[in-house]
Design a protein around this ligand. Sequence first.
Ligand SMILES: Cc1cc2nc3c(=O)[nH]c(=O)nc-3n(C[C@H](O)[C@H](O)[C@H](O)COP(=O)(O)OP(=O)(O)OC[C@H]3O[C@@H](n4cnc5c(N)ncnc54)[C@H](O)[C@@H]3O)c2cc1C
Length: 386
Amino acid sequence: MTRFDHEYPEIREAIRDLCADFPATYFREIDERRAYPEAFVDALTKAGWLAALIPQEYGGSGLSLVEASVIMEEINRSGGNSAACHGQMYNMGTLLRHGSAEQKASYLPKIASGELRLQSMGVTEPTTGTDTTRIKTTAVRKGDRYIVNGQKVWISRVQHSDLMILLARTTPLAEVTKKSEGMSIFIVDLRDAVGNGLDVRPIRNMVNHETNELFFENLEIPAENLIGEEGKGFKYILDGLNAERALIAAECIGDGYWFIDKVMRYAKERIVFGRPIGQNQGVQFPIAKAYVNVEAASLMRYKACELFDAGKPCGAEANMAKMLAADASWEAANACLQFHGGFGFAADYDVERKFRETRLYQVAPISTNLILSYIAEHVLDLPRSF
Ligand SMILES: Cc1cc2nc3c(=O)[nH]c(=O)nc-3n(C[C@H](O)[C@H](O)[C@H](O)COP(=O)(O)OP(=O)(O)OC[C@H]3O[C@@H](n4cnc5c(N)ncnc54)[C@H](O)[C@@H]3O)c2cc1C
């Protein structure tokens, strides 16, 4: 359907084969029960796909970000939802880039094999939202431990993770010269922490997405679980965002193709007024427009990934890819729902489920407005608004 279908055919075919064992009925049933797609995540892990970005020396497959993005695209294009496990692919990037040799040697091989799941990253807080430098969760050093107090919200996959990357303030905001300083990141071993200073409360939400409120009360973390230098955590988190943005863009592109495939087939089959609805230009044009935008977003995704793989700056491209792809998949979702008429609302058609799932990407992991603000101020050099 698209020229990139011919790129990375082995990866595409392998993911399609794996996903064929998890058809729409599987995800529909999991969605209805608000359950976790354990068997699907296990299959991806065992086949090594979630270790795509871990270098071979640590037991991963050392693939490029372009290839990793094709994996995510194909999962969503097959009707699945990478959000159940995408953290396992990219959260380890912080450890890989900034962890000590001991930390990398002790965690990465186990993450690559799936023995340990590092699916969670705790950044967002209820009272500060996107204004991350104002986070109130603190980590105070006492001897060989840090003591963590505070609260996080919307922290995903905690119940299906062994480890979590946590961002906390180690120096009060009032005592730093730059507001982005004084925050640090830690590896939290959730197996020890939950029930011992960390309370996890699930948030029921619009999609079948395991996400939680976290309450920290004197949680003790061994000092050796600090990643990199104390006070540099915000910069470390930012370093990882470009890969995350590009991978989420790829998921939206997969969703976009799924919606277009689905509505194309339906528009050819559904006969109203004695002809297929797809024969009407009023039906054709929104579908064609969504396709154009998914294709354009895909090009920007490849550009962002290629720059990243070449070690070049890609903040603008990764953010633009994420925004274009989220917009295009949402446009495709709307066309797909609209032209299924009433049937678009029936769970058995899967359109309403995918519609809910792809809507998330207008808000998380970064909202469209904040991407526009980044482009306006950091790319176009317009005056800072905050
Ligand atoms: C299902 C789900 C899973 C998530 N998983 C995780 C996770 O695993 N880890 C994690 O740390 N976080 C997670 N998040 C949080 C997510 O990253 C945030 O919800 C998102 O970044 C937006 O932050 P907020 O909800 O605090 O919105 P706010 O910051 O309160 O913003 C609300 C709205 O106002 C707009 N806005 C705010 N300031 C401005 C401005 N200056 N100019 C223009 N518009 C503005 C925003 O664009 C947004 O639309 C998740 C969220 C959801 C819904």
